[in-house]
Write a protein that binds this ligand. Sequence first.
Ligand SMILES: Cc1cc2nc3c(=O)[nH]c(=O)nc-3n(C[C@H](O)[C@H](O)[C@H](O)COP(=O)(O)OP(=O)(O)OC[C@H]3O[C@@H](n4cnc5c(N)ncnc54)[C@H](O)[C@@H]3O)c2cc1C
Length: 142
Amino acid sequence: MDQGAYAEFKRHRMMTQTPQRLTTRLGWTTPLLITEAGFGSQYEAAMEAASKLYEKLHAFNPDVAQYIVPNGFNRRVLAQFNLREAFAFCQLRSAANAHFSIRRVAQKIYEDISRVHPLLSKYMKLREETWQSVEENYFSKI
Ligand SMILES: Cc1cc2nc3c(=O)[nH]c(=O)nc-3n(C[C@H](O)[C@H](O)[C@H](O)COP(=O)(O)OP(=O)(O)OC[C@H]3O[C@@H](n4cnc5c(N)ncnc54)[C@H](O)[C@@H]3O)c2cc1C
């Protein structure tokens, strides 16, 4: 997920989260609205500049380098949670008023759970959207 989504993900207290350091090395997401508004190339240039500065700072100290990483960059996090939290998280964060960045994560987790535990996930109530449709409708680059 991108760091913007992670800021929302980390609010969920009923789970154990193990995030990796924030880095520019996992790439960034570009919201479709940025490109539609004609700011695509400026946005890309800003993200490239952040990546370069990150590498300079990383050579000094990887912990310090995290501070200059913009929220659009991707981050890896390992999360462990029970079924109760799966219901709470997936239903809340796939709602229409949730940001598309975290809706994408909630729908993907829901789909993965459905694949392994269809009997349990069938009681989850998520809106008619998929993580693929979120990516298609809200992002120009993942
Ligand atoms: C669409 C959306 C919009 C949001 N907008 C905002 C916003 O504008 N500003 C903002 O600050 N936040 C916002 N939030 C974040 C929200 O306030 C919560 O931080 C987030 O949803 C995680 O908390 P939670 O209680 O829902 O779930 P979790 O922390 O995952 O916990 C799940 C459930 O476990 C129980 N639980 C967890 N911890 C405790 C505890 N310590 N004591 C007792 N019971 C506990 C409760 O039943 C809880 O609902 C938003 C969330 C959503 C889904």
